[in-house]
Design a binder for this molecule. Structure first.
Ligand code: TTP
Ligand code: MG
Length: 350
């Protein structure tokens, strides 16, 4: 049995907590809105702002037009990270296995006394633990979270999202199919917009129930290896364990230009600056990588990535040279660029 804990409107909730005069107002955390002309996207919005349709990843300029009365705040990552660490310390106490997934989200296998797996009593005990966790988090950091309990990660995660904010949803093994069936197929991890478009076009699929009507062989024919995963998650089957050591897969930075640009000088210096920050973080985290990825997003959101791996570890100078090589095809063109980013991965190489 697995618990999934996810904080409610995390960054915005911290802002609301720390600025009591903002309570009850629509709050948007993201880049500087600059009177509606700011660049970048919304990190998160509180539930009041969501009533107006404002959500994560929406361009700040759009959010600004949607609700002129909303309070726009810059992202204060250092402060959010401290809160996140305090929350993770609380959660870890209740876990036999613990897997933080992001700053506001973690899976845990609870430390249960009752040993008969998936029994009614075991679920009751997990429910009491979830209530204790909610109380502890509230008492210590004055924030609310939503918790899902299920027989595996898939169900726990979907359950934590089922009643937000401040929710607690328990889905026992016998309830799994009834819980999933009426939900849109897009709640399943792996059914992103592209896969959903295919499912909808080919078979008119909307819900998980609809998806279950497609035979396994057909899914494998259309989606290859992923077809088997789709077949299984539609039935609530998920064998992924809670993993103690969550491996950091990459470190990177990106930036959105004030105005879209095709000025090579500007683009290159932005990339170098991002590399400098990335190497700073690599140093702090004591990580080394040998793969560089350069990300280029054009006006209109079309995004290109280009990547190269070298045999030895990348240092700042090598990364700068390599980034120029990867950038070259995108420079000196009429087409304007909106965002650039860099990422370094391939850790574990000495
Ligand atoms: P989420 O848990 O996805 O969102 P949330 O906690 O704000 O709201 P919910 O109540 O629906 O869980 O993400 C956690 C934090 O991560 C969020 O507060 C801000 C940050 N974030 C971004 O910066 N960009 C994004 O696109 C998303 C989805 C989240
Ligand atoms: Mg959250």
């Amino acid at each position: 049995m697995i618990l999934h804990v996810d904080m409610d409107a995390f960054f915005a909730a911290i802002e609301e907590r720390d600025n009591p005069h903002l309570r009850g107002k629509a709050i948007v955390v993201g880049a500087d809105p600059k009177n509606g002309y700011g660049r970048g996207v919304v990190s998160t919005a509180n539930y009041e702002a969501r009533k107006y349709g404002i959500h994560s990843a929406m361009p700040i300029s759009v959010a600004y037009r949607v609700n002129l009365n909303a309070v726009f705040l810059p992202v204060d990552m250092v402060r959010y990270k401290r809160v996140s660490e305090a929350i993770m310390r609380i959660l870890r106490k209740y876990a036999v296995y613990f897997e933080p997934v992001s700053s506001d989200e973690a899976y845990l296998q609870p430390n249960l006394k009752f040993k008969i797996k998936n029994s009614k009593l075991e679920y009751q005990e997990a429910e009491r633990i979830a209530e204790k966790i909610k109380k502890d988090i509230w008492n210590q950091v004055k924030l609310t979270c939503s918790i899902g309990i299920g027989p595996n990660k898939l169900i726990a995660k979907i359950a934590s999202d089922h009643q937000k904010p401040d929710g607690l949803t328990i889905v026992e093994t016998s309830e799994v199919q009834g819980f999933l069936d009426p939900k849109p197929a897009t709640v399943l991890p792996g059914i992103g917009p592209k896969t959903y478009a295919v499912l909808h076009q080919k078979w008119g699929i909307k819900t998980v129930f609809d998806l279950r009507q497609v035979p396994k062989e057909t899914l494998i024919e259309v989606f290859g290896k992923n077809g088997k995963w789709i077949f299984e998650i539609a039935r609530g089957i998920d064998r992924r364990p809670v993993e103690e050591e969550h491996e950091i897969k990459s470190v990177g930075r990106q930036t959105t230009f004030e105005t879209d640009t095709n000025n090579s000088q500007l683009i290159i210096s932005a990339i170098f600056e991002l590399l400098e920050e990335t190497f700073q973080e690599l140093k702090e985290q004591m990580l080394k990588g040998n793969t560089l990825t350069v990300i280029v997003r054009y006006a209109g959101f079309e995004t290109h990535t280009s990547q190269e791996t070298i045999i030895k570890e990348l240092n700042f100078e090598k990364a700068k040279n390599l980034s120029l090589k990867l950038l070259l095809p995108y420079l000196g063109k009429n087409r304007k660029i909106r965002l650039v980013g860099v990422r370094i991965s391939g850790f574990g190489q000495k």
